[in-house]
Design a protein around this ligand. Structure first.
Ligand code: PEP
Length: 253
């Protein structure tokens, strides 16, 4: 298990072939950092194959998968297809999918297990709403999400800790420029660590817990200095190498 931080970009529904030059620039810079930080980009499905061919060895990922291994699911893409296209990892349970696609914890858990069955590493997202934070229930809600979303059984055996990362992403911090206090991030990561230890024993102590939500070059160093922040999931600031690389470099220090 590496102790290097993981910094993953989530391009969401952005990016066409013209943007492969940004992937190339990010992959080149990540390579030069020589393992001091692990970098990955979760791209739109349409770019995965071309990106994987353009930057061999650099981890290109998906943003979602179907929970089934194959079948009659018009328009969906399964883990094996993404792996075949060159993906090395996938996000599951992003709040935009939990909300817009009504994905509940059991669906997220099934997706995480499907990903691991097809040798895709998993970034599993959890996070509270503004109202839940305001009512003092954030830790309870997020730990409940984690407990119910974590992969188990055969899929998880042997995959934890290396193939699983958790992303704590407060919904109200995504794309808003707002971030929780240092104390609130530390409190949440501490609580999530306890849940991972309860679920997986010692291996749960080594699963990386990323922070996500309005991470930028200007706040990255402060966030990475918080105890048990094992990296970041970055949305808007991952689209351009010029914004993303200072975040990656802050994680490498
Ligand atoms: C995200 O959606 O995963 C995210 C963290 O977005 P942003 O960095 O733009 O807040």
């Amino acid at each position: 298990m590496t102790s290097a931080k993981l910094v993953a970009g989530n391009w969401k529904m952005h990016g066409t072939s013209a943007d492969l030059r940004e992937v190339q620039a990010i992959a080149d810079a990540a390579h030069a950092l020589d393992g001091r930080v692990e970098v990955a980009l979760c791209l739109p499905a349409t770019l995965i194959h071309r990106a994987a061919e353009a930057v061999p060895g650099f981890p290109v990922g998906a943003q979602d998968i179907h929970m089934a291994d194959q079948g009659a699911h018009t328009g969906d893409v399964c883990a094996a297809m993404l792996h075949d296209a060159g993906a090395a990892l996938t996000i599951v349970g992003h709040s935009e999918r939990r909300d817009a696609h009504r994905e509940d914890n059991s669906c997220v858990r099934a997706k995480a297990e499907a990903a691991l069955r097809s040798d895709l590493r998993v970034i599993l997202c959890v996070g509270e709403s503004d109202g839940e934070r305001g009512s003092g229930r954030a830790v309870e809600v997020v730990c409940g999400q984690l407990d119910a979303s974590l992969p188990g059984g055969e899929a998880a055996a042997g995959a934890v800790p290396d193939s699983l990362a958790i992303a704590y992403e407060p919904i109200w911090a995504i794309g808003t420029g707002k971030i929780p206090t240092t104390e609130d991030i530390a409190e949440m990561h501490r609580a999530l660590r306890q849940r991972l230890l309860a679920a997986y024993g010692d291996a749960g102590g080594q699963v990386r817990i990323l922070y996500g939500g309005s991470v930028k070059p200007s706040n990255a160093a402060e966030i990475f200095a918080i105890p048990d922040v094992g990296g970041a999931l970055v949305g808007g600031a991952s689209l351009r190498a010029a914004d993303f690389l200072p975040i990656v470099e802050a994680a490498a220090r």
